[in-house]
Design a protein around this ligand. Structure first.
Ligand SMILES: Nc1nc(=O)c2c([nH]1)NC[C@@H]1CN(c3ccc(C(=O)N[C@@H](CCC(=O)O)C(=O)O)cc3)C=[N+]21
Length: 478
């Protein structure tokens, strides 16, 4: 019943959007440098795993930039690299006028980490030079926030697990700037608190830190930014497989935030080097149910209210944005285990001890700077194959954008109202949601409004590095 939000779709969309710039870029000989570190044979296994994730993502970046016509310099620093050697590589990239952007893959060995700050901030497209990069947050954090955006039109509480890590800090800063209500959790906190949130963003890089004790059907979106390669070739994210079917929407690992990060980097480079007005990739809105809707749906709705609410919402939905009606919450997804790709550098954090419900005892997340431990930690989840089904098609009340008022209460009322068919679904909130949606469709917003999620044809919207929220009709005045 969980719908996957596909990062692969986002990346496909970005490739189509930016491919035309290739003709402008290729003849210029512009380059992008991606620098990463290789582990020594006898390095500890967890360090090797982090550097493996770093390698996977470096390779993805090479492909992404080459797709745009840039020459990608994939620089692999061998074990035992000295400060002088690393400094020289950076200096060369700083000085080379053809090298337009530089990314140092995290984590670097502890003794080399301070040198990262020597990168020319003007070439720092992943916001590694604290406070000096042209961007406020790393590409992963920006990508995560843009995936969250269509699910966050009604002033939801957004939990950020691993809030003190490198990626977590970027997510917190960005979402706070946008006016969102946040629940910041890190090592030592009781992660079960995420049950009170509406949206969960997990950027710890601690495999399986979130499970059935933490996730709930009222979670309209769970973003898993973990990416931890396993010995058998699979990849783990922050969310346990056992919890994969609980939330309404999930970014799988692989196939989720990893590819989203690539799309974000492509967009940043194109805008910076070629066309400041290049379009931006986007994730289309999808219907979801609020906590209140789930609760109220289980009760007896008043038919009259339902009708009114439906009409209102439908109208709003209709004008507002291209809300998609289709993928229903109730849809089933075939989850096959793929891996997600998130990008993440969630550096270093270790999450709190998850299985211990109290979470105490966890470790704190590492920040980028913290020594070697900050590994890239994201994880991935699997990806849905085709999966999603549409539930009833129409943009339901819950469909994003539909709640016009900033107040959650309002939104929820409307939602609750639609619950006409809900009673039957008591005990199965997701099924209930699907029914609610179906009912909502009657308002006139037909299935015809369905857009493929993040499809390549999705209209592009101008966007700054940290995209402002598009105005919602009558929406929350954040
Ligand atoms: N400065 C810096 N920035 C980073 O963004 C950064 C980093 N350092 N260090 C390492 C982590 C890890 N990371 C990933 C990004 C994409 C995928 C990705 O695209 N994964 C694909 C799978 C790719 C494959 O399996 O080959 C997917 O999830 O579908 C994975 C991991 C970024 N990190």
């Amino acid at each position: 019943m969980t719908e996957h939000v596909s990062g692969r779709d986002v990346l496909r969309q970005a490739k189509e959007l930016y491919e035309p710039y290739r003709n402008d870029v290729a003849p210029t000989g512009q380059r992008v440098a991606i620098i990463r570190f290789q582990p020594a044979e006898n390095d500890p296994p967890d360090w090797k795993i982090k550097l493996e994730a770093s390698k996977v993502s470096a390779e993805q970046k090479v492909k992404s930039f080459e797709h745009l016509g840039f020459q990608a310099d994939h620089v692999v620093m061998p074990p035992g690299t000295t400060r002088a050697q690393f400094a020289e590589v950076l200096e060369r990239a700083n000085q080379d006028p053809r090298t337009r952007a530089i990314i140092v893959q995290f984590p670097p060995p502890a003794h080399l980490q301070p040198l990262v700050q020597r990168m020319d901030p003007a070439k720092d497209i992943d916001a590694l030079t604290k406070g000096r990069s042209p961007y406020n947050a790393c590409a992963t954090a920006e990508g995560i926030c843009r995936v969250v955006e269509p699910f966050a039109k009604d002033d939801p509480v957004i939990a950020v697990v691993g809030s003190k890590g490198f990626v977590g800090q970027g997510v917190v800063t960005t979402l706070r700037e946008q006016g969102h209500r946040l629940m910041e959790l890190d090592a030592g906190d009781d992660l079960r608190r995420v049950r009170d949130a509406d949206i969960v963003v997990s950027v710890t890089g601690n495999p399986g830190i979130l499970g059935p004790d933490h996730l709930r059907p009222h979670h309209r979106l769970v973003v898993d930014s973990g990416f931890v390669p396993q010995a058998d070739g699979s990849v783990k994210g922050d969310v346990q497989r056992a919890a994969y079917d609980i939330p309404q929407h999930l970014t799988p690992v692989p196939g989720g935030i990893g590819p989203v990060e690539m799309a974000t980097l492509m967009e940043r480079v194109v805008r910076r080097e070629v066309d400041p007005d290049a379009p931006s990739w986007k994730v289309d809105a999808r219907p979801y149910l609020t906590k209140e809707q789930l609760t109220q749906g289980a009760q007896e709705p008043s038919p009259a209210t339902v009708t009114a609410a439906q009409a209102t919402q439908a109208a709003q939905v209709g004008e507002g944005r291209q809300v998609v009606g289709e993928r229903a919450v109730g849809g089933e997804r075939a989850v096959d285990g793929e891996r997600a790709a998130m990008g993440g550098q969630s550096v270093g954090q270790q999450a709190a001890g998850q299985q211990t419900p109290g979470g105490s005892g966890q470790q704190a997340a590492g920040q980028l700077g913290a020594g070697g431990s900050q590994g890239p930690g994201q994880q991935a989840s699997r990806e849905p194959t085709a999966g999603a089904q549409a539930a009833g098609g129409a943009a339901g009340p819950q469909s994003p954008g539909s709640q016009a008022s900033g107040s959650p209460a309002v939104g929820s009322q409307g939602a609750g109202a639609q619950g006409a068919g809900a009673q039957a679904a008591v005990g199965n909130p997701i099924a209930q949601a699907a029914r609610l949606r179906t009912g909502a469709g009657h308002g006139g917003v037909g299935p015809g409004t369905v857009n493929p999620t993040a499809g390549p044809s999705a209209p592009a919207r101008a966007q700054s590095p940290v995209p402002p929220k598009p105005p919602t009709p009558g929406g929350p005045g954040r």
